[in-house]
Design a protein around this ligand. Structure first.
Ligand SMILES: [Zn+2]
Length: 120
């Protein structure tokens, strides 16, 4: 009995995990689409924030390009089964952090520089 229940629990955990990954993949795709649209149209909200100065507009575009690259890397990591794991130390990145910033590739400790960089 206990074994059967624990198998069911494992399946439930697995299904929950898959639905969380789907949710995060949707989030990544939405942000990627929005960021690409921001580059394509100068009237985008992101650009408007810094409008009025050509240099600020260039900075915004550079930031948007960087974000697009981060989002693409995150989707690639998801495809390779590496998503949600810190690229430096291998710890899991908290789900609520990923919901806020789905492109994140480092845990809090590594981001804060509390852990020495180790080749993973
Ligand atoms: Zn880490």
């Amino acid at each position: 009995m206990a074994t059967i229940r624990s198998v069911n629990m494992l399946i439930q955990d697995y299904e929950r995990h898959l639905s969380q990954l789907d949710e995060l993949r949707d989030l990544l795709q939405q942000r990627l689409t929005a960021a690409r649209a921001g580059l394509a149209s100068p009237a985008d909200a992101l650009t408007l924030l810094d409008s009025g100065c050509g240099l600020a507009g260039k900075r915004t575009r550079a930031r948007t390009r960087r974000r697009i690259a981060e989002l693409e890397v995150a989707i690639e990591r998801m495809d390779r089964g590496l998503y949600g794991v810190c690229r430096r130390c291998g710890c899991f990145i908290a789900l609520d952090h990923l919901r806020r910033a789905p492109h994140r590739q480092e845990c809090d400790a590594c981001r804060a520089g509390h852990r020495p960089t180790a080749a993973a």
